[in-house]
Design a protein around this ligand. Sequence first.
Ligand code: F6R
Length: 259
Amino acid sequence: MRLIITRSGLESAQLAAEAIRTALVQKPDMTLGLATGSTPIPVYQALVDAYQQGRADFSRIHAVNLDEYVGLSPDHPQSYRRYMEENLFRPVGIRPEQVVIPRGDLEPEGELVRLNQFTAAHPIDLQLLSVGVNGHIGFNEPESVFYDKYHLVSLAQQTRISNARFFSSMEEVPTQAITMGVGDIMRAGKIVFLATGQEKLPAMQAILEPGPVTPACQGTVLKLHRDCDIYLDQELAGQITPAPEVEVIRVGAAKEVLL
Ligand code: F6R
């Protein structure tokens, strides 16, 4: 696990986008695992900029998403499909046939078969990831076990409260989701992870500081990933004492020393 300490959330997003762009240049037909929520938005903006400047070509990738709310159709304003279309797919020319996102409006059992067939045939090369206040990755909520593959989950009340900001009332926030399992996330060749905001501190401490790998904080499983880069701004990182096995890189440190 590497902790890359940046000077701002924006710098974290730009570096994460550059890591994705580099992987794309190396493997233009990669399977790219994607996330939604507030955190990745500046990453997608940086990728759209790179596309517009002719520095990124998404025409041959498969794009697979972590999760989707059960009950929302793909064109619902708060569906993750719609979010992806607006923030990345349309602006960079990713076509519907390249995309695999759970359908929240279809019968979940059939969806799970479709999704798990896809990930079995297309291992994820790089997974973009963030974390929930309660340590969830994807919608793998605090539990007594880790799940391997895509599955149906009941959303934690904490998650529904956090995400209520996107809906007009708490009642509208879905109670269930389909999420990729922790096993699929762990099988990704590389993980590019970022978090911002004080409310993510306890989860990031559990992930980066010495302590157990526990399904009570699902993100702690990343301690075992062989190639996981975590981008945190210095404000958040300054409150964390990473475990000795975490390699720490401080962006701009060499320059600061020279000055
Ligand atoms: C999104 C996802 C979630 C979010 C997490 C943080 O696809 O799987 O795990 O990454 O809830 O969301 P934000 O970035 O909105 O704080």
